[in-house]
Design a protein around this ligand. Structure first.
Ligand code: ADP
Ligand code: GLC
Length: 494
């Protein structure tokens, strides 16, 4: 099947979180099973820097052309490369003033305004126009999150639809329902959609433009990144205001657990680690632990348990819970190392904790891919106290690295970690807690600490996790079924 993925992020070129990992690992997995898969992303400054650092540059794919948004034309070029470690083509939509912006992928414009609707609409229009010019019509257009949401809307059944879409089915994957792309109604002309898309409730939600809602309504099939999250987003507690829309879509909504890229996350080959290790020979993990201690300014010979965590410092991730529990855990002998950036208040708390407990707490503030691998390998425990978690990848990376996860039982964390409860040591892979409070989190970390000092139990937990298979195999098949169903509901053959 010919599948075109449209995403704001794709690892390793430009990524802020798991969306970037999946937008490259899923296409690679599908291509490996024989599908013809492409990825389309904006050419962000971060991607340009990625190429510059390597002394290479993607090739120009077709002649630059103009895209019209709100009556004004904008010149875009399409650059082409491949996803590292594969032959999957990546097409970059390049437009310097829109995507070459300091301050991160989702930063505001020079006037401080959030012009995301504008940038991503131009991205979608340019990508579709390029596909037409190149004569590459996909059988399935697979869009990720709200940013390319205009694409399924343009292909929705309606009198005004472009006939190019007659043979294109659409699939939307929701990676996080908390981010919806909400803009004032005055922005409607940016989308270039007819007024009935507003009055008919396609793109309107609560008096504003809601890009995710429009994409949900328009897509032939909707998936999200774990079975539990597919259920949670249909409840008022988990739907962030879109639960009603998602309940209406229930027969076309399914949850597929993400897989991980074992080429990138493998302790036997990881180039970021000082020593390699495997299920059969874990000795290298001790070197990784010693190196992490040096980086964190911890005493390497100290046997005290190390709890690591890597993630965006956003309310979703529950870092306030972790940081509030930290003093008590440190008093009980635990050491903690966190890598993250985001909310300034949380960054401030990390600095304070580090000042108070210099050899027991380390907060690395920033985004650092190499360090994230070192933390996964060098820690004993990986903490994820998320308030909600659509899937979560870091707990799966932890399992692969023999690092035992302590997670809140929600979304994909509930689906990927088997909590130890006393009688399941033969197959448990980590620890669960339910209440999103510092107390409940600390109690579970202390439960883990108890197991940590029983070396046989701990080694069993580590090995159970390392044996767990979260590579893409089964989930890639599930996506194939979704693509078929998307074409079926449109009355198209596959
Ligand atoms: P989310 O997508 O909600 O951020 P996931 O667990 O799915 O959460 O994926 C997060 C991804 O981003 C992982 O690959 C993780 O290693 C990476 N990541 C997050 N924050 C950082 C950081 N500060 N430095 C390096 N990598 C990070
Ligand atoms: C989102 C979610 C995360 C998920 C990732 C990839 O950013 O927050 O839970 O793993 O997307 O699907």
């Amino acid at each position: 099947m010919r599948i075109a993925n449209l995403s704001a992020e794709a690892s390793p070129f430009a990524k802020t979180g798991g969306l970037g990992d999946i937008a490259s690992s899923l296409p690679k997995a599908l291509a490996a099973t024989g599908h013809d898969v492409d990825v389309w992303v904006p050419f962000f400054l971060e991607a340009a820097e990625w190429f510059r650092r390597r002394g290479t540059w993607p090739e120009q794919e077709i002649e630059p052309f103009d895209v019209t948004v709100m009556g004004a034309s904008h010149r875009v070029s399409i650059l082409r490369s491949t996803l590292p470690g594969s032959t999957v083509p990546v097409h970059f939509v390049a437009h310097d003033s829109l995507f070459h912006r300091p301050g991160g992928l989702y930063s505001r414009n020079e006037h401080g305004a959030d012009d995301g609707i504008w940038r991503f609409s131009l991205f979608v229009r340019a990508a579709l126009e390029a596909m037409k010019r190149m004569g590459e019509r996909p059988q399935v257009l697979h869009t990720h999150d709200w940013h390319p949401g205009l694409a399924p809307m343009l292909g929705a059944w309606s009198s005004w639809r472009d006939p190019w879409f007659d043979d294109v089915a659409s699939v939307l994957t929701i990676h996080n329902v908390g981010y919806q792309g909400i803009y004032g109604p005055e922005q409607l002309p940016v989308l270039g959609l007819p007024p009935e898309t507003w009055t008919g409730g396609l793109v309107e939600h609560g008096g504003a433009i809601n890009m995710l809602k429009g994409a949900i309504v328009a897509a032939d099939m909707v998936t999200t990144v774990s079975p539990t999250y597919a259920w949670e987003i249909r409840t008022p507690e988990g739907g962030a205001g879109l639960d009603g829309v998602l309940r209406l879509k229930a027969s076309r909504l399914t949850g597929i657990l993400n897989g991980i890229d074992r080429q990138e996350w493998n302790p036997e080959t990881d180039p970021h680690l000082p020593s390699h290790y495997s299920l059969e020979d874990l000795r290298g993990k001790l070197d990784c632990r010693a190196e992490l201690c040096r980086l964190a300014n911890f005493e390497p010979a100290d046997p005290a348990m190390i709890v690591g965590s890597v993630g965006r410092l956003a309310p979703q991730k529950g870092y306030d819970i972790l940081l509030e529990a930290a003093p008590e855990l440190i008093r009980r002998g635990v050491r903690i190392v966190v890598l993250g950036s985001g909310e300034p208040a949380l960054e401030g708390s990390m600095r304070l904790l580090e000042a108070h407990y210099p050899r027991r707490f380390k907060g690395f503030i920033g985004y650092d891919d190499a360090l994230s691998h070192k933390i996964q390998a060098g820690s004993d425990v990986l903490a994820m106290p998320s308030r909600y978690e659509p899937c979560g990848l870091t707990q799966m990376y932890a399992l692969a690295y023999g690092t035992v996860p302590v997670v809140r039982r929600t979304g994909g964390l509930a689906d990927s970690i088997i909590g130890l409860h006393g009688e399941n040591l033969d197959w448990a892979t980590g620890f669960h807690f339910d209440d999103p409070s510092p107390h409940a989190f600390a109690a579970e970390v202390l439960h883990a600490q108890n197991a940590f000092f029983h070396r046989d139990s701990w080694s069993r937990l580590m090995k159970n996790g390392m044996k767990a298979d979260f590579s893409w195999g089964r989930s890639a098949n599930d996506y194939e079924l979704v693509y078929r169903r998307a074409r079926e509901v449109r009355g198209l053959p596959w």
